[in-house]
Design a binder for this molecule. Structure first.
Ligand code: 3IO
Length: 334
C-alpha cells in the first residue's frame, strides 16, 4: 500500500528501519541440479509453497531447477559461498566429503524411501557431522532403493560383467562388486550419456524411468533393491542468520515433515513409474530368485567392513554408526 511505501521510503532515506514486517519481504534463491520433473525439484516446489503459505507471504522462494543457478558438483560450496541461499545436494557425488551420512548408502537394506529418509535425518541429528558445520540443514531425504535400468537384459552376474553402467557413491561401490564397469557421473549428466551410448544403463531409483523418460531407451529393469542415495537441502549460514525468528521457526518445523513427505512421494512415484514403463514402453521387469539374490548379496559383504575401517581411520566410530543405522531401520520401517 501507499502507506508502507512511504514508510519504506522514509526508512531508506533516514537509514533506520521502522518498516512493518510485510514491507520487508525476504527473498531466497533455491538451486537444484536435475530437471524440473524429477523428485528433488518436486519436493523443492512443495517446500516453497508450504513456506510461502506458512509465513503469510513474508518469505518468497525463487526456485532454479536444472542446474540454472548451481550444478550438481558445485552445489555444496556454492551454497557455502552464497551463490545461492539454498541448495539441494546428492551426497553420493562427493562420497569422501559426507562420510557419516553416506553410511546410509552401504548395503544395509533400507526398505523404502520413507524409512530411509527418517533414518538419515535421525543419523544426522545424532552425529551432527562436521561436513555440515558451514550450513544450516533444512531437510534430508533418500531415494527409493536402486535397481538396474539397462538396454540389454541383466539376469545374471555374468550379464553385468564389464557392462558400462552409471552410478555414484555407495551405489557405485556395489556395481563394482558385482563386476560391472561402473561409470561415475551425476544424474543430471545421465540422459545425454545414455543417448550417446557412453553408458548402457544406470543403477538408481526407478522413478527416473518416467521423469527422465529413460523407459524410451532402457527396456529392462532388474530388481535388486539394495541401496539408496542420500540427499540434503542446505542453506547458507549468513542467509539463515538474517532470517526473523518466526521464519526460522517455520523452517525448523518443516525439517522432519518435509523428509517424510519426500520419502512418501518417492515411494508412490516409483510404483507409478514402473506401471507406466510397462504399459507405455513395454519395459520388462526381471526379478532374481532367492538363490540368486543370495549369490549377489554375498559379493557385497566386504563393502561395509571396509567402510567401517576407513571411517575409523578418520577418527569416526564406524562400527557404532552402522549399528545405529540398523537400529534406526527397525525403528522407522512400517
Ligand atoms: C536422482 C538424482 C536426481 C534426480 C532424480 C534422481 N533419482 C535418483 C537420484 C539419485 C541420484 O542422485 C543418482 O545420481 O542416481
Amino acid at each position: 500500500s501507499l502507506f508502507f511505501c512511504v514508510l519504506a521510503a522514509i526508512a531508506f532515506v533516514s537509514g533506520t528501519s521502522p518498516v512493518p514486517a510485510q514491507a520487508k519481504k525476504v527473498s531466497l534463491n533455491y538451486a537444484n541440479f536435475p530437471p524440473a520433473p524429477t523428485f528433488p525439484c518436486v519436493q523443492m516446489e512443495r517446500w516453497k509453497t508450504e513456506i510461502e503459505k506458512r509465513t503469510d507471504g513474508a518469505v518468497q522462494i525463487n526456485t532454479f531447477p536444472g542446474g540454472t543457478l548451481l550444478g550438481a558438483k558445485e552445489m555444496m560450496d556454492g551454497v557455502i559461498n552464497g551463490q545461492a541461499d539454498i541448495g539441494c545436494i546428492c551426497m553420493a557425488y562427493q562420497p569422501g566429503r559426507f562420510t557419516v551420512t553416506n553410511a546410509t548408502s552401504l548395503p544395509l537394506n533400507i526398505p523404502d524411501a520413507k524409512t530411509g529418509s527418517l533414518v538419515l535425518l535421525d543419523l544426522y541429528n545424532k552425529y551432527q557431522p562436521e561436513a555440515f558445520d558451514k550450513v544450516k540443514v533444512l531437510t534430508m531425504f533418500v531415494t527409493a532403493p536402486a535397481n538396474i535400468m539397462s538396454k540389454a537384459p541383466v539376469a545374471e552376474l555374468s550379464d553385468l560383467k564389464g557392462l558400462d553402467l552409471r552410478a555414484s557413491g555407495g551405489a557405485a561401490q556395489i556395481l563394482k562388486a558385482w563386476g560391472a564397469n561402473q561409470v561415475g557421473m551425476p544424474m543430471s549428466d545421465t540422459p545425454e550419456a545414455l543417448q550417446k551410448g557412453v553408458v548402457k544403463g544406470l543403477f538408481s531409483s526407478l522413478e527416473v524411468m518416467k521423469d527422465l523418460k529413460f523407459a524410451e531407451i532402457c527396456k529392462y529393469i532388474t530388481i535388486t533393491d539394495t541401496v539408496i542415495y542420500p540427499f540434503a537441502v542446505i542453506m547458507n549460514k549468513g542467509s539463515w542468520d538474517k532470517l526473523p525468528d518466526d521464519v526460522k521457526q517455520v523452517m525448523d518445523g518443516m525439517i522432519q515433515e518435509q523428509s517424510a513427505w519426500t520419502g512418501e512421494y518417492m515411494d508412490r512415484h516409483v510404483s507409478d513409474s514402473i506401471a507406466w514403463s510397462k504399459k507405455e514402453h513395454q519395459v520388462e521387469v526381471i526379478t532374481l530368485s532367492a538363490e540368486k539374490k543370495a549369490e549377489w548379496n554375498a559379493r557385497l559383504a566386504p563393502i561395509t567392513e571396509s567402510w567401517i575401517k576407513t571411517a575409523q581411520e578418520k577418527g569416526l566410530p564406524g562400527d557404532r554408526i552402522v549399528k545405529d543405522i540398523k537400529t534406526l531401520i527397525e525403528k522407522h520401517a512400517a
